[in-house]
Design a protein around this ligand. Structure first.
Ligand code: SAH
Length: 347
């Protein structure tokens, strides 16, 4: 098994059979060897730095009906909210003082936030905080809309591909959502010049190891600047309420594999990973992740942006989140830094 890992480090590639063996491997020593290699690769490029992204969950209205997601439009129990421009700017102000140099605006696909509404907001944030990066994560839009948001000053865009297998995609989404359109969106974002993040849930319903290997092949082809992965966690008001949570161990192995495959990639230890396992984010960093995304949303809406059950940190103030995160990162030998944390191709 170690020879497979050495081959991955050397060639950044494996056969499907080798990827499968690695993903399914349960030998502790081998997994630690994989993680150690991933840390070596990440430290060569990013040292011990862990970048902070201040996550502002600015709307939970969504026109989509993804089967796994707690804010899907059919969930009548979701208490909907939308932050005002003033509230969003206030989150940035608080975040800037706390040392954040990247803000992430994430939300459901909310028609209220048209280009006409988002453009002045993006411009204002970028004018007030010229030394900060702005990341958007607002789902699928047409190419000219992405272009306008980019021209307004947005630097990065997160749009998980969710799964690189069309049939699997169709089993997680209603018929009106298209795999091809989501993929086209990713290529459009890249062509426009965003730093682009894609990614997938681990252990989503119907997912097989073959699907995960397809995801890895897609990452090799797409070469994203960021990859967001975390375990699938059921939400009680969705059709997948009774499904099992995805495996933390497989998530960690994939973080290591992705780090070695794409050495420069920005890889978050996600909130879902921290929810599935109390020490998930620390384990993620030790597996090769180099980004954490503490929540900057106002406390009164925290408990409403619920994509899955038992989400952590829904009651804490931003200042508390950053204090806790800084300590957690330090404990495993890394350091939270006040930098934008761009992908190396964009510096
Ligand atoms: N509307 C935006 C933002 C989506 S929320 C978009 O379409 O990109 C961000 C991510 O949360 C999703 O891409 C999905 O991968 C993840 N997510 C949603 N429901 C989840 C669940 N039940 N468990 C784990 N992750 C989930």
């Amino acid at each position: 098994m170690k020879s497979i890992i050495d081959k991955l480090v050397k060639t950044r590639d494996l056969t499907d059979e080798e990827f499968e063996q690695l993903i399914l491997c349960e030998d502790k020593e081998t997994i630690e060897y994989l993680a150690a290699k991933a840390r070596e690769v990440r430290e060569k490029i990013y040292g011990k730095d862990v970048y902070l992204r201040g996550l502002i969950e600015f709307t939970n209205y969504c026109k989509n009906d993804c089967l796994y997601c707690g804010i899907r439009r059919s969930n009548k129990n979701a208490e909907r909210y939308r932050l005002t421009e003033e509230q969003i700017l206030n989150c940035c102000e608080v975040g800037y003082k706390l040392g954040f140099r990247t803000f992430v605006l994430q939300g459901g696909e909310d028609a209220y936030f048209s280009d006409e509404v988002l453009i002045p907001l993006i411009k204002e944030i970028k004018e007030k905080y010229p030394d900060c990066a702005l990341t958007l994560s607002v789902g699928e839009r047409e190419k000219d809309s992405y272009q306008k948001l980019f021209d307004a000053g947005a630097d990065r865009y997160l749009l998980r591909h969710e799964t690189a297998d069309k049939e699997h995609y169709e089993s997680l989404h209603p018929a009106e959502l298209s795999f091809d359109h989501r993929m086209q969106c990713l290529w459009n974002l890249k062509e426009i010049g965003f730093q682009v993040g894609c990614g997938m849930m681990i252990g989503s319903p119907y997912q097989t190891v073959k699907h995960l290997i397809k995801d890895l092949r897609f990452l090799q082809d797409f070469k994203p600047e960021m990859v967001g992965i975390g375990p699938f966690i059921p939400h009680h008001d969705t059709p997948f309420a009774d499904r099992e949570t995805g495996s933390v161990d497989i998530t960690l192995k994939l973080l290591s594999i992705i780090r070695i495959m794409l050495p420069e990639v920005l890889l978050p230890a996600t909130t879902a990973l921290g929810t599935a396992d109390g020490l998930g984010r620390e384990k993620g960093i030790l597996a090769g992740a180099n980004v954490v995304m503490p929540n900057l949303s106002p406390t009164d809406v925290r408990g409403k942006y619920l994509l899955y059950d038992n989400k952590i940190c829904t009651g804490d103030e931003a200042a508390e989140c950053i204090r806790c995160m800084t300590l957690r990162v330090q404990k495993v030998g890394y350091e939270v830094v006040q930098k934008r944390g761009d992908h190396i191709r964009f510096i």
